[in-house]
Write a protein that binds this ligand. Structure first.
Ligand code: CDP
Length: 226
């Protein structure tokens, strides 16, 4: 597919709204590289915890962030983050301690600055690797990372649906608290971009959400072709 048809899709939303499962399904259907940016903040949280660096702006935090090189290992259609060459495991990234502290680290402008260029650079990585587009999920993809994305989608769902999803995964995760912290922070808060399509995932099955967004992707591709 010609490079000018390459699509950038921003998929944002709160905790456990279905961003990752939806993105993975769409990546398979449309040959997209999927990036779960929550893993970037989780990986940095893990590195800070290992180095005993607290979630406050401090010289120690800045020094540590300067020493951490983020990289990318592509496995099928997933872009997995590496930190100084090592890919943290899913168990490490989803540990209870990380769940409870990630929003505090993610609220720090220093931490957000440390991932920004890396996240933007993944579009080029996807192009080079022969994908037809990039689907990036997170909280600020349509507002901060790719404000000119070809398609922006914002997922939401009521809290009880989301809590049930997390419990079914066997995770301890105060999603309501995490969302509140993400919505209230000063830097890159969790808010829908003005031009995002909003979808309530509590009212539809995963396949129905994927089908709806697939239609939007086809429209975005047609619009791009003029
Ligand atoms: O999977 P889940 O929706 O529960 O969360 P996640 O996507 O793994 O994100 C974990 C945390 O990272 C969020 O609660 C945010 O504090 C932070 N995050 C962020 O600030 N910006 C992003 N683009 C992605 C995640």
């Amino acid at each position: 597919m010609a490079q000018e048809q390459f699509l950038i899709i921003a998929l944002d939303g709160g905790a456990a709204t279905g961003k990752s499962s939806t993105s993975r399904g769409l990546a398979r259907l449309h040959n997209l590289l999927h990036v779960d940016t929550g893993t970037h903040y989780r990986a940095l949280t893990l590195a800070c915890l290992e180095a005993a660096v607290a979630p406050i702006a401090s010289p120690d935090l800045i020094t540590l962030l300067e020493q951490l090189a983020l990289g990318c290992r592509i496995d099928d259609r997933e872009a997995n983050v590496t930190v100084n060459g090592r890919q943290p495991t899913m168990e490490e990234l989803r540990a209870d301690e990380v769940n409870s502290l990630v929003s505090r680290y993610a609220a720090l402008p220093e931490v957000r600055e440390a991932v920004k260029a890396y996240q933007r650079g993944l579009a080029e990585e996807a192009r080079r690797s022969g994908f037809d587009g990039l689907i990036m999920d997170g909280r600020d993809i349509g507002t901060v990372i790719f404000p000119d994305a070809d398609l922006k989608v914002f997922l939401f769902a009521d809290e009880s649906t989301r809590a049930q999803r997390r419990a079914a995964e066997g995770q301890v995760d105060a999603i309501g608290d995490r969302d509140k912290a993400d919505q209230q922070r000063k830097t890159a808060p969790l808010v829908p971009a003005a031009d995002a399509q909003r979808i309530d995932t509590g009212s539809f099955t995963l396949n129905e959400v994927i089908a709806q967004i697939s239609g939007l992707i086809e429209d975005a591709r047609a619009a791009k072709l003029g």
